[in-house]
Write a protein that binds this ligand. Structure first.
Ligand SMILES: Cc1cc2nc3c(=O)[nH]c(=O)nc-3n(C[C@H](O)[C@H](O)[C@H](O)COP(=O)(O)OP(=O)(O)OC[C@H]3O[C@@H](n4cnc5c(N)ncnc54)[C@H](O)[C@@H]3O)c2cc1C
Length: 283
């Protein structure tokens, strides 16, 4: 038997969370797979399931204070349908799962699952996103890099819920997303790549590169980015060995059923290099 609680408001949900251990259940697309047992039996939920997918406070996408705020239980489909969501994030979501899974699966669920292969993460790292965590006692905001602590591990406390994701209002002329997978959709990434850049007068004035499924956490190297920032594009080719060395320490992929570590390391570097060398071709 599964014990479950369906709150009507966020306050009710947070009170329930405060009262004892619970398992937040948004779209259930990860939970129902990870907790399934053999056919015809109920899934294993050793703590009460807290149904938060329908909470109005966790829905919707607003631009109120200049920052884009996305409610944690906003579905992947809703992200695709909103014109304010950065193209980089939409490109990633468009290649996730099938329409049916995207209709139920949420942004918050994808982040809280904390899989190194979670497809929304590299774009959010590249966009300098933050998460808003709330408990009955109050609210705190953390950069996404601090929220994700390792495979399956986040900074979420037992009495908190992820309530929103916030993205600074920055437009980039250049952005790129690549999901490398067996199929475009319905297959988890072997690895993924997200990048934004800005070029002014032949110089690279902004650069952010993030890679998923090549280490326990998303890889973003500010040291490598700084090697190229405010430098002419024509210097990029000469600096590639230095940049490759900066990423080499961080790219620590694993062998698993989806891919080999060697393949992931090679493709990750090829994607970084091709993006950088292609910058002079961008308008
Ligand atoms: C067939 C299939 C294909 C898939 N393809 C992809 C893919 O291509 N790329 C990809 O990245 N993922 C994929 N997934 C995984 C999944 O669909 C996504 O990770 C989805 O975004 C999860 O959202 P959810 O709302 O269903 O999460 P849930 O299953 O409800 O929850 C996931 C985890 O997050 C916690 N949680 C959820 N919301 C909150 C919150 N607001 N606060 C605190 N904790 C919370 C839950 O307790 C649970 O631990 C796939 C899944 C399936 C079944």
């Amino acid at each position: 038997m599964v014990t479950a609680f369906t709150p009507r408001t966020l306050v009710e949900a947070l009170r329930f969370r405060d009262a004892g251990p619970s398992i937040p259940f948004a779209g259930g697309t990860d939970l129902m797979v990870r907790r399934k047992r053999w056919s015809g039996t109920t899934p294993r939920f050793e703590q009460p399931a807290l149904f938060i997918g329908g909470l109005p406070e966790l829905q919707g996408i607003t631009t109120g204070d200049g920052v884009l705020t996305i409610g944690a239980a906003t579905t992947l489909t809703a992200l695709l349908e909103d014109g304010n969501v950065p193209a980089l994030l939409q490109q990633a979501v468009a290649q996730m799962a099938s329409p049916a899974i995207r209709n139920g699966g949420t942004l918050g669920g994808n982040l809280c699952n904390a899989s190194p292969a979670a497809d929304t993460m590299p774009p959010l790292y590249a966009l300098d996103a933050a998460v808003v965590l709330q408990s009955a006692a109050g609210t705190r905001e953390l950069p996404i890099e601090e929220f994700i602590q390792g495979p399956g591990r986040t900074a979420l406390a037992g009495n908190e819920l992820l309530v929103a994701v916030r993205i600074p209002p920055r437009q980039f002329k250049i952005s790129a997303y690549r999901k490398v997978g067996t199929r475009k959709a319905d297959a988890l990434s072997k690895l993924s790549f997200a990048a934004v850049a800005e070029v002014d007068d032949g110089k690279l004035t902004e650069l952010r590169i993030a890679l998923g499924a090549v280490a326990p956490r998303v890889v973003r190297s500010r040291a490598a980015e700084e090697l190229l920032l405010d430098r002419p594009l024509r210097q990029i080719a000469d600096r590639l060995p230095e940049i490759q060395a900066a990423y080499a320490e961080l790219l620590r992929p694993i062998d698993d059923q989806r891919s080999s570590a060697a393949y992931r390391r090679t493709v990750a570097w090829n994607l970084i290099r091709d993006f950088l060398l292609g910058l002079h071709l961008k308008p």
